[in-house]
Design a protein around this ligand. Structure first.
Ligand code: HEM
Length: 123
């Protein structure tokens, strides 16, 4: 069983991506960074990425190629403050998913490290 299966597969990951983008839509620091007014395509890309990362279907790479996330984020100015906003939206979405303690800790650990790695500008 993959981590993806253990946490409930597609429906859990989809709920996290949905919860994340609902928060982005209400965040005055993050929202202006998103190039498309319609956040649904971005929500889907995040969902597919997270599914693939945790051992689910590899649709993300079939559609988008190698993730290269740091490179893909270079067009956006990501300061520590912006990272904090991103992480707060993501941690809220993860909390709402009510994962068990170990899966919650693993998910939070990964997104925290990934968000730190995405910083590309000084605050
Ligand atoms: C730390 C602050 C971050 C900011 C401000 C940020 C912002 C953005 C923005 C503006 C986009 C473009 C929306 C789109 O067209 O998809 C994007 C895309 C994306 N982000 Fe982030 N992001 C951050 C961190 C992360 C992290 C930590 C991850 C993964 C754990 C992530 C995963 C993705 C993915 C998968 C995409 C779509 C990439 C693609 O296929 O084009 N982001 N992000």
């Amino acid at each position: 069983m993959s981590f993806y299966d253990e946490i409930g597969g597609e429906s859990t990951i989809a709920a996290i991506a949905r919860g994340f983008y609902a928060r982005v839509a209400a965040d005055p620091v993050l929202l202006p960074l998103y190039p498309e007014r319609d956040l649904a395509p971005a929500q889907r890309r995040l969902e597919l990425f997270l599914a693939q990362y945790w051992g689910g279907p590899t649709t993300y790479s079939e559609e988008r190629g190698h993730p290269r996330l740091r490179m893909r984020h270079m067009p956006y100015v990501i300061t520590p403050e912006v990272r904090d906003h991103w992480l707060s939206c993501m941690l809220g979405a993860i909390d709402d998913a009510e994962l068990d303690t170990q899966h919650h800790a693993d998910f939070v650990d990964y997104v925290t490290r990934a968000a730190d790695a995405m910083i590309n500008a000084r605050g």
